[in-house]
Structures are given as C-alpha cells and as structure tokens.
Design a binder for this molecule. Sequence first.
Ligand code: SF4
Length: 354
Amino acid sequence: MKFSVPFIPDKAYIRFLTEKISFLESVYFGLHSGPVLDSRIRFTQMDLSSLGKSLISMEGIKKYCLLNTRFIRPDLYTDTHFLNQLLDSLKFLHDKCHINGIVVSDFYMLNALDRTGHDMVPNLEAIPGINCMMDSSQKIVSHMEMIENTRFMMPEKLVLDRSLNRDPEKLNNMILCIKSLYPHIKIELLANEGCIYHCPFKPAHDAQISLSNTGMVKENTHAVNRAAGCHAYFHQHPEKFFKSPFIRPEDVIHYQGVADSLKLCGRTLGPGFLTRCITAYCKNDHDGNLLELMDATHFLASFFHLDNRQLGEGFFKKITTCTKVCKNCSICHDLFLNAVEKKSITLKPYGKDQ
Ligand code: SF4
C-alpha cells in the first residue's frame, strides 16, 4: 500500500520522507505564505521560494497543493489580482518542482481560478478534497462533471469519504461503479482522522476554520470543540472512538487491492507525530497507544492509553460488520474496558512535540 502524507517544511522530517519515498504516493502541502487557503489553521510561515526548494527533494512522487478551504472571502471570487497571483504562485512551484495539481473543496473558487484564463490552469489536476465527503457514485459524477466543465486536468485519483472505511460492501460496490465510469482513476482512503462517525459537527467546524482563515474573526475552533463539539462528546463517551472510521496500521491489509493508497493526516500536529504515524503505517504495525496515531482524537492520548495490541485480530471484523446502531450493543464499551487505561494527567509545555 502507498501513502499520501503531509509535507511540512521541517528539515529532519523531509529527510525522513526521502527515506520513506518508496512507500509514498504523494505529498500534500498548504501554501505557507499569503492568504490561508487550505482547510487548517496556519502555524508556520515560509516563503514560496523556500517551499519550492524543499519540495524538490520529493522527486518521483506526486505533489499537491491544498487549496481545500471550505470558502474564501466572497469578494475574492471576482478579484482577478488575487486569483492570478495565486495561479502565479502555483506556476512558480510547477516550474520549480513539478507540482501535479490542487486539492479543492470550494467549487466557486475552482471556477473563479479557471475563469482568469491563466495559462497554468490546464497543467493542474483538480482533486476534490476529502471534505467533499464523496460517499456515493452520483456525488462523484457530479463533482467530475463540474471539473470537466473547467480547463483543469481531470483528477487521477479520488479520495472517498471516510465513512466507507467501515462499510466494505458499499465501498467495494462504489469502487466497481467508479472504475466502470473512470477506468484509470486511482482510489484513496483516509486512514487516521479519528473523527466521529458521520460527524454532525463537521460542516460547521470546516466553516468555522474557513471563517477564521479569512481574518474576519479570531480563531476559536479548538475552544468551541471543547465546550460544545467533539472534544466534549468524546470526553463524555470515550468508547465511541471505536465507532470512528479510522483504519489501524494492522488493518491496512484489508484494504489492499481495494484502494490504491491511504491518506495520512495530522499536519498541524507536527513532525514528531507525522514521523511516528508514517512509520507505523509503513510497517503495518503499532505497538503502543493507538490514540497517538490519530489526528482529530489525538487529544484523548493525554487522558487514555489505548493499547493497540489488545484490540487483536478480530477487531476489524467486529467494527465493520456491526449495525452502527449502538443503543443495544456493548461491543465498543467492552473493547474500551479491555484495552484502555486511564492516565494520570501530565501537562506538556506549550509547543512541545506531540
Ligand atoms: S453497533 Fe456496537 S460495535 Fe458497532 S459502533 Fe455501535 S457499539 Fe460499536
């Protein structure tokens, strides 16, 4: 199995990625300067020239720029200066290190970029981001038709919604259908997000991040999640973590021959987290706290040690064949009692490696 992983400008991490290059399908990265156009809060600044220089070491694998914000400030859709400047930046990276395309969730922005007439557009694949949540063939067709309507190149891969990870039958049928329509398309699945299954907070969370990235309001999504979102929910029901559609490193084998690659996320958690995570998935093995490999539920690792080895070989079958109607089922609760130890809390200094 190949992996698509975040690229962050950290020397030791880049060295690590070059050692793992044979496992990689692609790297994806946000622009580290200018307006924030990806779907996360920006922590590091880096000028375009340095970004291009550091991406050169990722030779032989695909490179995608994340423009996957849910939305941008409304006036920017018609701001030709802004749009052309953005495409100039992509052209710079394309010339410097052969980036392959962009990942987008906001199709207004996709159309706006296309309508500039910029000569870079036909050189870039437009890949619908994971937050397009493509969980049906019809949804995929609709996104593909929209891309076909632009001058962007059609995507060479599709990233399917994470909920499908826990429904092998639906996943297989959907892939059969996609491949009959787009025979050369590759399929990618998201492995380690660790979010709530069909998360009801997600649309608002993505919108809140984009809103704060416009600069119009202060970033407050973390506090909101602790007060009224997934952090509060998981603190109340930590056993629901098992319902989250993550793929354990040991279970990658079950997706072999189904998906072409797995996406690993967690770029805001830093190089220490990413190195641990990529190492575990490349080995298909993690001897330690499973929560330490998750992106959204990484915070639970400060409260619980979830011994991955204790989950055993039957884990995949249990969580992919259940009804997901949990009212009358105690499987996740029992798994949690067996494999989890509550930690005594230790506070790490702010900014310390995750
Ligand atoms: S139905 Fe049972 S096994 Fe499935 S997610 Fe709910 S509690 Fe877990």
